[in-house]
Design a protein around this ligand. Structure first.
Ligand SMILES: [Zn+2]
Ligand SMILES: [Zn+2]
Ligand SMILES: [Zn+2]
Length: 338
């Protein structure tokens, strides 16, 4: 994500803020402009999204295009009869969703809602497993997310039970949106042959693959070919996992670029000591070079996290077959830009 400043006092501003913590200016983010506006002095023609209530949304909409912003209008279902804790979970989940929608817009990926395409448009059902079982997933453009996943205690317990190295709400949304973009970029985009050459044949039975995965787990040595154990289950899951990593990498490199972070070390390292200088946008770079830069940046990020006693921010390795699959995703994303 890029870095933003208060338009009134130039204080650094977290993009989720509705008010500047330094000067108190009422601010909001206007996605079509890609900028933060001071509502008192620059707000003509703009108003707050109606999600500024329960969704905690600080995005602005054009007065003739409301009442919901580009992110809130994608939410199709929220639990009825919510408790205050559900509202807190909804606000956190919507915040993670806005981050992802921001990035999709920044990458130039098409986001077609259910109004424009009732059959395969994008929509989110944000349900609470407090009301009954919720299966996180994607079907024909509809993404289901469990609001309970924004409860840290619940999510960390699941992460430990499932022995996962990484589990976040942003990560869930990036994985499920990956399934949506398989439909858009690969299937509708006419790139099935390129997909099958890299990820395998998705016509293999998904049900059989699911049962095998939960009976036997990932095959031994999967780390040489896949980004995660779950990616071994079926070509669709490999795509969704790898697509999520593409978004992790692009967002984190963009943030590093916005802050002027480059990596030249570690001091005394053996080998060439060229600096890695992340870029906020990519054009037609070979993704192998991007992945090498990312490895150096993520090594530094992991070391910084360990200094604070936190788990590694990016506890993954990217073997060569995964980098080839990321390169295909990169080509398809670049090709989808308007
Ligand atoms: Zn300010
Ligand atoms: Zn909104
Ligand atoms: Zn999936």
């Amino acid at each position: 994500m890029r870095a933003y400043r208060c338009p009134r006092c130039a204080a650094l501003l977290d993009l989720a803020r509705s008010r500047c913590p330094r000067c108190g200016a009422p601010v909001g983010f206007a996605l079509p402009l890609g900028t933060v506006l001071d509502l008192e002095t620059m707000g003509a023609g703009w108003m707050r999204c109606i999600g500024s209530g329960d969704a905690g949304c600080n995005w602005l909409v054009r007065s003739d295009d409301g009442p919901r912003c580009e992110s809130c209008r994608l939410t199709r279902t929220v639990p009825s009869g919510r408790k205050p804790s559900d509202d807190a979970h909804l606000a956190r989940t919507e915040g993670a969703k806005r981050r992802v929608i921001y990035q999709l817009h920044d990458l130039g990926l098409p986001v077609v809602d259910r109004v424009r395409d009732p059959e395969r448009g994008l929509a989110f059902d944000l349900l609470s497993s407090r009301d009954g079982p919720v299966t996180i997933g994607h079907a024909d453009g509809v993404i289901t997310i469990d609001l309970a996943e924004s409860d840290d205690a619940h999510r960390v317990m699941l992460q430990a039970q499932l022995d996962e190295p990484y589990r976040t709400v942003v990560g869930h949304i990036r994985h499920e949106i990956g399934h949506y973009y398989w439909m858009v970029l690969v299937d509708a985009g006419g790139h099935l042959d390129a997909f099958r050459a890299r990820f395998g044949d998705e016509r293999a039975s998904y049900q059989d693959a699911l049962q095998r995965h939960y009976r036997e787990g990932a095959p031994a040595g999967w780390q040489a070919s896949y980004v995660s154990a779950y990616a071994t289950m079926h070509p669709w899951e490999d795509w969704a996992e790898t697509f999520a990593h593409y978004l992790h990498i692009r967002d984190t490199l963009q943030t590093a670029a916005a802050w002027g972070i480059s990596v030249a070390g570690p001091v005394g390292a053996v080998g060439p000591s060229t600096s890695v200088v992340p870029m906020d946008t990519l054009t037609d770079e070979d993704f192998g070079a991007v992945a090498e830069g990312w490895r150096r940046v993520s090594d530094a990020l992991n070391a910084l996290n360990r200094s604070m006693g936190h788990a590694e921010a990016y506890p993954f390795e990217l073997p060569p077959p995964v980098i080839e699959r990321l390169d295909l995703i990169h080509r398809l994303v670049l090709g989808a830009r308007p």
